[in-house]
Design a protein around this ligand. Structure first.
Ligand SMILES: Nc1ncnc2c1ncn2[C@@H]1O[C@H](COP(=O)(O)OP(=O)(O)OP(=O)(O)O)[C@@H](O)[C@H]1O
Ligand SMILES: [Mg+2]
Length: 327
């Protein structure tokens, strides 16, 4: 399968007054055309930073980005803001966690969809209005003609997230980046919104990078899963490989706290110890202070990502050593 996006040795550092936070620190992965790739990991591991870096939505005044983000053959990091603006919405869309932060409280929800269509697609007012109402119906908003005139505060969180999805999908982008798209919503609507989103991604032939805390969600919708810890990708594999044959001690620890995806216990729970401070991360393998299998080598030596079986990558000295024995 062809890659739509290739991220090569990406580093994203926040320059603060007295420290540098290495939120993403050498991440390499790709997204294949038409797949749903879930990124999982504890809070503070750098998932949102990675997502916003790909969409080039970080504040360049205090963020430094190194490496490559190749989208459709173009390195996004080399584009000017004007060139990037053409890609956003048309080719890459972002769905954030909290719909109320994504919508402007001063405009009706219909206007906000229509504006994208006028600005990015050059539609007239009437065309944009008609297509917006059609899109609102498509994302399951009842009484779309009436709701078109509502302001965000007049709609529920779930309805607002449907509006955000309509905006994100309006131009049928190739890549959707969804950062915890349902976690701010009432649990009763989460599954329906996720179903809507993944259905549209499939229907439009888009690719989705889905960030989630919820391994149950990742298990349900992903083709592949990447496990992130302290600014690094620890393991990448197919959904089955990650959930049924996890190799990295961190992935194994995440899964132990989610025994067989028991319906009521699907969220990641903390693993003993803390996610390290990313302004002074541990030496060697960043997981070593919490790892039950750590050796002296893990304190000194940062493991390389190795492909243990085709498409199943892991960054752990246990496997790096094994790979070198076989070499
Ligand atoms: N704007 C910022 N300025 C400075 N540091 C930041 C900023 N945003 C994130 N960080 C830091 O970068 C690291 C990664 O944060 P990030 O929000 O990317 O993690 P995350 O995996 O998305 O977490 P969560 O699951 O809680 O959303 C954290 O140490 C965080 O404190
Ligand atoms: Mg986040």
């Amino acid at each position: 399968m062809n890659s739509l996006l290739k991220v090569n040795d990406l580093k994203v550092h926040y320059l603060l007054a007295n420290s540098v936070v290495r939120a993403v620190d050498g991440v390499t992965f790709d997204l294949k055309e038409n797949e749903i790739f879930s990124l999982v990991g504890e809070s503070g591991s750098g998932k949102s930073t990675l997502a916003y870096a790909i969409a080039r939505l970080l504040d360049s005044s205090y963020v430094r980005i190194y490496g490559e983000i190749i989208f459709n053959g173009i390195n996004l990091l080399e584009l000017s803001e004007i060139e990037m603006e053409k890609i956003r919405g048309n080719l890459i869309s972002m769905i954030p966690q909290d719909p109320s932060a994504a919508l402007n409280p001063a405009y009706t929800v219909g206007e906000q969809i229509a504006e994208v269509l006028r600005y990015k697609k050059g539609l007239t007012h009437k065309e944009a209005r008609d297509l917006s109402i059609e899109l609102m119906k498509k994302v399951g908003i009842p009484d779309a003609e009436k709701r078109y005139l509502n302001y965000p505060h007049q709609l529920s969180g779930g309805m607002n997230q449907r509006v955000v999805i309509a905006i994100a999908m309006a131009l049928r982008p190739r890549l959707i980046i969804a950062d915890e798209p349902t976690s701010a919503l009432d649990v009763t609507v989460q599954a329906r919104i996720l179903e809507l989103l993944t259905g549209l991604v499939k229907e439009y032939g888009s690719t989705m990078l889905l960030i989630t805390h919820d391994l149950g969600v990742a298990a349900e919708v992903s083709d592949r899963i990447g496990v992130m810890y302290a600014g690094k990708l620890m393991e990448i594999g197919s959904k089955e490989e990650i959930l049924e044959k996890p190799l990295h001690p961190y992935t194994q620890a995440l899964l132990h706290v989610v025994p067989r995806f028991h319906k009521k216990k699907r969220r990641l729970k903390p693993i003993a110890g803390m996610v390290p401070n990313l302004s002074s991360p541990p030496s060697g393998c960043r997981f070593h202070p919490r790892c039950p299998y750590r050796s002296k080598e893990c304190v000194l030596q940062e493991p390389l990502m190795v492909e243990v079986e085709p498409g199943h990558w892991v960054s752990c000295n246990l496997y790096a050593m094994e790979a070198s024995y076989h070499a």
